[in-house]
Every structure is written in C-alpha cells, then in structure tokens.
Design a binder for this molecule. Sequence first.
Ligand SMILES: O=P(O)(O)OC[C@H]1O[C@](O)(COP(=O)(O)O)[C@@H](O)[C@@H]1O
Ligand SMILES: [Mn+2]
Length: 327
Amino acid sequence: MVQASKALDRVLVLEMVRVTEAAAIAASTLVGRGDEKAADAAAVEAMRAAFNGLAFDGTVVIGEGERDEAPMLFIGEKVGSAQGAGPKIDIALDPLEGTTITAKAGPNALAVLAIAEEGCLLNAPDVYMDKLAIGPGYEPGLVSLEQSPSDNVRALAAAKGVKPSEIIACVLDRPRHEKLIAELRSLGCGIVLIPDGDVAGVIAVTDPETTIDIYMGQGGAPEGVLAAAALRCVGGQFQGRLLFRNDDERARAARWGVNDLDHIYQLDELVKGDAIFAATGVTDGSLLKGVKRHKNGYLTTESVVMRASSGTVRWVKGEHRTGKSDI
Ligand SMILES: O=P(O)(O)OC[C@H]1O[C@](O)(COP(=O)(O)O)[C@@H](O)[C@@H]1O
Ligand SMILES: [Mn+2]
C-alpha cells in the first residue's frame, strides 16, 4: 500500500488551491446576481476542468449528487488525468458552498474540497447531519451528541471557567432549530445565527477571532465531512450523526453502506489518515475574503490549504491577471 504521506504528494497541497481558486473565480462573476443555479454551475465546471488538468487518479466520493442527478462532479466520477497510474485519491467537494449566499452577496460563500487516500473519507449520503463542534484544547469527549445542548454548554463553560451565559454558539437560522435556539436562549448564550454556510460556521470554532465557542445543529452531511477534514488539520472536536427523514434517504444510506443509522461519527471516522483541506473565499467571510475584481484587469483571491499529517496551514493570496489563459 502507498503510505498516506506519499499518496498525498506535497505537490498536491498547493495544486488543491488552484482548484478552489478556479471555482471561486468562476462563481464570483455571479455574486449578487440572484441566480443560485448559474453560480453553482459556473463553479462546478471550473472545478472539474481544474481537476482534470492535474496528473492524479481521483474519485469524487462526496460531490454534486448521485450520477443521475448531477451532470458533473457526481459521486463516483473519476477526475484527474492519471487514472490507473498514480495513487488513488478520494475527493470530497463543494464547488460552491453557499449558493444562496452567493446569489444574495451574503457572507461566507466558499469553494471547498478535501482529499484523502482511497477509502479514508466517509461516503456520506446527501442527507442532513446533526453536528457538534468545539475548538482545540479541550479534554476529549467534553461535549457529545449523546448529551443535551444544555449539558454541552455547561460542560464547555466549566472547562473555560466562564458562565454558560458567556458561551457563544453558532447555529443555522432554520425553523428546525427553534427548540435548540430556545434552549440556548434559556441559558442566556449568545447565538450567531447564520443564513447558510455551515462549513465556515463549524471551522469558526477553531478561530478565537470569531468568538464562537461551539457549533450546533443540523446541516448537510457532505458539508459535515468537509468541515471535519479541516478540523482534522487544525484541531478541535467534531461529532456528526446522519439524519434520515424518509425511506428514500434510508435507501441512500444503504447504497453508501451505512447500516447503523443512529451511529455518532467521531472525527477520525469521518476523515481517516492524512487529508488535505482547501478553500477559497467567494464572498467575504470569517475564514477568508472573497474574490475581488480590481480596476486594472486583475482579480485577487484568498485561500487556505491545510494538511492533517503535518498540521501545516497555509494562507494563500492570489493575484490573477484576467485575459491570461491559466490560473
Ligand atoms: O439549507 P438547508 O437545507 O438547511 O441545508 C443546510 C446546508 O446548506 C448550506 O447552508 C448551503 O448549501 P449549498 O452549498 O447547497 O448552497 C450548507 O452550508 C448547509 O450544510
Ligand atoms: Mn454546500
């Protein structure tokens, strides 16, 4: 077997930024244009073209949907120009994480991906996932999806030496979170309600600048795996439980080999071994600035790329001259 450190060749680390940059730049032309589908399609096409320019043997394991519902970057699609020749890499991607945010020019839209050695990313079906995340530096198991939100807040507050009312939680602003929000309000917590974009929301717990202590609530399972990949690199705790609302979703679970429907996934079950996480900002957000178009015919991008095995985090600022062929 190829060692993880060899399989995810160093060269791939920076190449991954070129892939997310391409998707973000393509989507950026549609920021604030009210057309989610067009923005997503532009990002998907650009990300796929960028992947196919790379000499590696990749398979999309988390992508735009199942083969019959997504024309490109569907689950199972092979990408990269070295099929059969190089180490096999599995890819989780969301070319435009935050399609509505992009359409409305809101905060925290990202082009994002994670790669790992074959078999090392949870092949999460496209269902919801209950998510719980805190930053690095706490005792393992301090918070858990087996405990109530109140118990998790109290445990975190005790570990930080603050009152529960001083804890700041990040939650997606959705009617399904009414009960969770009421419970957090009864403790007096601060709640950062985000309109969309829980990849950035989860990662925010690792950055003291955001002041967010804990991420809670239900969002997309694919986004859960992507955020977990980032936390594998920078530290922090994350748990996820898949949620199935109907027989169709349970059938999806069976297709992806998920048998225990109530399982609580730990970070190292979502992303195993070495992994690389990369993201480029489409709109300004807590993690990254968005793509900016400057007068003199150039664009700027802000990206981050991280690697689990080394824990290295690289912040990459790009200047892209328009009219030149490659980025
Ligand atoms: O909008 P819903 O159905 O509550 O789903 C939540 C999910 O949608 C997002 O807000 C945005 O997803 P898209 O990338 O599909 O636009 C994710 O960050 C989140 O996990
Ligand atoms: Mn998304």
